[in-house]
Write a protein that binds this ligand. Structure first.
Ligand code: NAD
Length: 493
């Protein structure tokens, strides 16, 4: 059995015991992952702290060049990482490949991080006085990531921090840590100095230690909403910078004039990809007007053709869920749907699968209404709810009433209503005939309401504010003959 240890100061530490990592497609153990002791967490933070002065002094453009070298290394290791993601998380080959490809994109786009840096210089704000804002990295950033993107999210979190001159301690999900760990090894051997990027493994206790550590200046968290909120509160009470991004419940509004085949294809792709385990998955379709029955039929017909099974088989489109508990929790919503007044159109509990894995087939529930648990909770699985609305305005109100303002999409051919949707809908990422509006990395990504406990962004230009702090410099080069004592408060005169 493979043993997975921590990665501290450029070294992979041996791991004797720890927790079992299980393959979700078979239920069988694939690895034993170490759980960091408090002393190991402290060692990782100390390594990052020690590496900070020289890494931060390297200069923005040098670090941007390193990002390109890391990109090349990640490209070479693509297939190896894909295999790890398939084995530990159960993503399909195509989906795991897309995840690693987007991580490669991040590193390419961060090569132009300098163009986002901004800053202000105001010459001559007073007689002979210039004023400027100067950015500096913040120090050691702890990056805590969820299970569902074990390559992409750690790359986004750490690359943003590193490009800005910070050093990082990553804490991946305890359910599938191997990809993140291998990633750190690959990036470090491609040009990151020792200690710049470290990985510690484990669960809540490790996160608590990191958030509490006096040398951790910034905490960047991605995961579920309750944990995001708790970490934001804990970090802020210790006067740390915290950006904490939570879960999602993404609505896709289909207007009566939409192309229903296009909308059905989009809804199925966005709801069941990654078995619904994406924070940007479409989990609710809001069918406006009289199209509901036709749209539900078209979605149901497509579900019958989806192949659920072993994610390592190239033809598989829907893989397993991450744990048996997740599968059972999500299945319980299907069991109680009828008693809530909803109608199960496709029941994934009936899908036959080989092996002992944690499978739930693509499921469709119609006549869901706001207030039902199916609508209010983030299920994080392959269940699509259909809510009926009589008007565009009602659809907007349904989205506004949900606490998770992550993504929202509209399918229509009416430009005026699409424009109103952008103006009125309460969500951070908006798609117009695009079901998963996950942007390119030079645009901002965050979310509204209980989706984001921060004003800064996970990536894009708005992430610079989290990863740097500014000094405002006022500078004067006076003529020494004109100096005099003046105790009045300085004015611009
Ligand atoms: P999770 O909140 O259970 O875990 C996330 C991380 O926090 C893990 O590293 C875990 O070890 C740690 N953790 C768990 N409980 C903790 C606690 N009580 N105190 C401190 N740390 C704790 O999330 P998950 O199940 O790994 O991932 C799925 C969730 O992440 C979903 O809600 C999904 O929507 C969300 N997500 C959000 C984004 C985004 O960009 N906002 C992206 C991907 C996933």
């Amino acid at each position: 059995m493979k043993h997975v240890g921590h990665f501290i100061a450029g070294e992979l530490l041996p791991a004797d015991d720890g927790s079992q990592i299980l393959n979700p497609a078979s239920g069988k153990p694939t690895a034993i992952a170490a759980i960091a002791t408090p002393a190991e967490v402290d060692r990782a933070v100390a390594a990052a702290r020690a590496a900070f002065p020289s890494w931060s002094a390297q200069g923005l453009q040098n670090r941007a060049t390193v990002m390109l070298e890391l990109r090349g290394a990640l490209q070479k290791a693509r297939d190896e990482l894909v295999d790890i993601v398939v084995a530990e998380l159960g993503k399909t080959l195509a989906d795991a490949g897309a995840e690693v490809d987007r991580a490669i994109e991040v590193l390419g786009q961060l090569a132009s991080v300098g163009s986002w840096y901004g800053g202000a210089f105001s010459p001559g704000v007073s007689r002979g006085v210039d004023a400027m804002e100067v950015r500096f990295p913040i120090g050691v950033v702890a990056a805590i990531s969820p299970f569902n993107f074990p390559v992409l999210i750690p790359v986004v979190q750490s690359a943003m921090a590193l490009a800005c001159g910070n050093t990082v301690v990553l804490k991946p999900s305890e359910r599938d840590p191997s990809a993140t760990l291998r990633l750190a090894e690959i990036l470090s051997s491609a040009g990151l100095p020792k200690g710049v990027l470290n990985v510690v493994l484990g669960g809540k206790a490790i996160v608590d230690r990191l958030v509490d550590h006096p040398d951790v200046v910034g905490v960047s968290f991605v995961g579920s909403t309750p944990v995001a909120k708790a970490i934001r509160i804990a970090g802020v009470s210790r006067n740390k910078r915290v950006q904490a991004f939570g879960g999602g419940k993404n609505h896709m509004v289909v207007l009566p004039d939409a192309d229903l085949d296009l909308a059905a294809d989009a809804a199925v792709s966005a709801a069941y990809g990654a078995a619904g385990q994406r924070c940007m998955a479409v989990s609710v379709v809001v069918a406006v007007g009289t199209i509901g029955d036709a749209l539900v039929r078209k979605i149901r017909d497509r579900l019958a053709k989806l192949r659920t099974g072993d994610p390592a088989e190239p033809a598989t489109e829907v893989g397993p869920l991450i744990t048996a508990d997740s599968r059972d929790r999500i299945a319980s919503y299907l069991a109680s749907a009828a008693s809530q007044g909803a109608c199960v159109v496709a029941d994934g509990r009936d899908v036959p699968t080989k092996g002992e894995g944690w499978f739930l087939g693509p499921s469709l529930v119609d006549h869901v209404r706001p207030g039902m648990a199916l609508h209010s909770d983030e299920l994080f699985g392959p269940v699509l709810s259909v809510v009926r609305a009589t008007s565009f305005e009602e659809a907007i109100a349904i989205i506004a009433g949900h606490p998770l303002g992550n993504g929202a999409a509209i399918f229509t051919n009416d430009g005026g209503l699409a424009r109103r949707f952008v103006d009125e809908v309460e969500a951070g990422q908006i798609g117009i005939n695009v079901p998963i509006p996950f942007p390119v990395f030079f645009h901002n990504f965050a979310g509204w309401k209980d989706r984001a406990f921060t004003e800064t962004k996970l990536f894009g230009p708005g992430a610079i504010a989290f990863h740097t702090r500014t000094k405002t410099v006022s500078a004067r080069w006076p003529d020494s003959n004109s100096t005099k004592v003046d105790l009045a408060f300085p004015t611009a005169k």
